[in-house]
Write a protein that binds this ligand. Structure first.
Ligand SMILES: [Mg+2]
Length: 185
């Protein structure tokens, strides 16, 4: 299990972030000067520009507000305990917001590294970074967005979708990973 790696998305996997999305989209559209309707594409396309940094700061404010009201899913700590390999958090939320949440719930120590959107414009870029560091190791990635899972399938990662809204549990997903891994040896 030491050579296995688990990468978790944040929103929809570790916690549910109740961000005021209509407001965020309208503010980002304002600074962009055009109507932004899809943040994932926006981050990808503006990564490395001053617009990216500007939008990042604006959204961070809303995320900070949301984080106060957000709660961790109740199976997260047990799942983190169960998985004995290295763990990463890869999220398109801001680094500051992620660190704050993890500290508040006392779970920062479980993660080898926390990857926020500040240094990475996309989930794919985050996973490529992790693969670089974990060469030769088996990587499992859990996300609640089919789009993120699809965009990483060709990287040689085991990409797993979690649908919390359908009652799926992270603990169950991790149990399956651990069981599958011990069968395969
Ligand atoms: Mg998510």
């Amino acid at each position: 299990m030491e050579n296995t790696v688990l990468v978790l998305d944040f929103d929809g996997v570790v916690a549910k972030l109740n961000v005021d999305w209509p407001k965020v989209y309208s503010r980002v559209s304002e600074v962009a000067g055009y109507r932004v309707t899809d943040l994932i594409t926006f981050w990808k396309n503006t990564y490395g520009t001053s617009l990216y940094d500007k939008a990042n700061k604006i959204i961070e404010e809303y995320e900070m507000e949301a984080i106060e009201k957000s709660e961790i899913y109740d199976d997260v700590i047990e799942a983190l305990e169960l998985f004995k390999g290295r763990k990463y958090l890869a999220s398109m939320q801001s680094q500051k917001v992620l660190e704050k949440f993890l500290e508040e719930y006392g779970i920062r120590g479980y993660f080898k590294e926390v990857l926020g959107r500040d240094r990475f414009g996309s989930k794919r870029r985050q996973l490529i970074y992790i693969l670089e560091k974990e060469k030769g190791n088996k990587v499992y990635f859990i996300d609640d967005l089919q789009r993120n899972v699809d965009s990483c399938i060709d990287l040689g990662i085991e990409c797993i979708i979690i649908r919390r809204y359908e009652g799926e549990s992270l603990l169950q997903k991790v149990r399956e990973i651990v069981a599958g891994h011990s069968i395969k040896g």
